[in-house]
Design a protein around this ligand. Structure first.
Ligand code: SAM
Length: 290
């Protein structure tokens, strides 16, 4: 089968199947072999690896993965792409295409079956409209993960790696950094895709921490606090947490806790580090009612 990293081969396949791109599925197919090679290298895919690919499109990156990995499972939502994938991947007996929505597939069970529960590598040129739920779903589930190497919108890649005091800092930064070490691998301009996206893209590698960098008694509470803090990021942390009904926290209780941490009652959530959110969560949990 012809290398789909070559743009002309991709155009030929799309024409032959009279494929029309669906905006609702975030379809922008990669047509630059150098970028494809960079992704595979950054993901450190080797002959013993099981790789999960999200959204294979016409199978361009899947071919590169199949050449390098022991086994690949690729989850694609669009019916129209399934017959195309049958053709473009027919030479590989180590690829399974799963027709479905990645947010509904039982990835834990898949990994158990295909990799006996050992850590997997996720590699994908993600559909940008669901980047955050995909990443958070993987981290929050019990899927054993080695790393996630993904193409995302440039701005989202920046949000994942920044710290307090920057405009991009938010719930996504904290969640990603709690679970993984983010590293930007490449910036990718729109002309590496067909059709061209309206925004710049970046490849980011998230290497799963063996142990989170902070310890917290109640992870769920910490993330509820983080979400509440950034839902109303222009408000003070006291007001943002007090306004979140599910937290049931009085202003006095929040103010006292911040004081105990040496923080002003006017502080905003965007000024707190991950360590400070963990400490805040532990202190608030101490006095919480069951
Ligand atoms: N991997 C291909 C490439 O690099 O050329 C295609 C990448 S394209 C940005 C995203 C792909 O994800 C499309 O094929 C799209 O149909 C698929 N997709 C969108 N939403 C999905 C979902 N919820 N579950 C699985 N695949 C999805």
């Amino acid at each position: 089968m012809a290398d789909l990293g070559n743009p002309q081969n991709t155009i030929d396949v799309l024409k032959r199947y009279q494929f029309t791109f669906q905006k609702k599925f975030g379809q922008n197919f990669l047509i630059d072999p150098r970028v494809l090679e960079k992704i595979i290298r950054a993901a450190e895919v080797g002959g013993d690896d099981f790789v999960l690919e999200i959204g294979p499109g016409i199978g361009t990156m899947t071919q590169y993965l199949a050449e390098t990995a022991r086994e690949v499972a690729a989850v694609e939502i669009d019916d129209k792409l399934i017959p195309i994938l049958e053709e473009t991947l027919k030479d590989y007996d180590n690829v399974t295409v799963i027709h479905g929505d990645i947010l509904k597939v039982d990835v834990e069970q898949l990994v158990q079956e295909k990799n006996q529960g050992r850590p997997v590598k996720v590699v994908a040129n993600l559909p940008y409209y669901i980047t955050t739920p995909i990443i958070m779903g993987l981290f929050e589930s019990h899927v054993p993960l080695d790393s996630i190497t993904i193409m995302v919108q440039k701005e989202v890649a920046d949000r994942m790696r920044v710290g307090p005091g920057t405009k991009d800092y938010g719930a996504l930064s904290l969640a990603v950094q709690y679970y993984a070490r983010p590293e930007i691998v490449a910036n990718v301009p729109p002309n590496c895709f067909i059709p061209r996206p309206a925004v710049g893209s970046a490849v980011i590698r998230l290497t799963r921490h063996e142990q989170p960098p902070v310890s917290v008694k109640d992870e769920r509470l910490m993330f509820r606090l983080i979400r509440a803090a950034f839902n109303q990021r222009r408000k003070t942390l006291v007001n943002a947490l007090h306004n979140a009904p599910e937290l049931r926290l009085s202003k006095d209780r929040i103010t006292e806790t911040l004081e105990e941490m040496g923080l002003s009652s006017n502080v905003r959530g965007e000024a707190l580090t991950l360590e400070q959110f963990a400490r805040l969560s532990d202190l608030l949990a101490e006095g919480a009612e069951d």
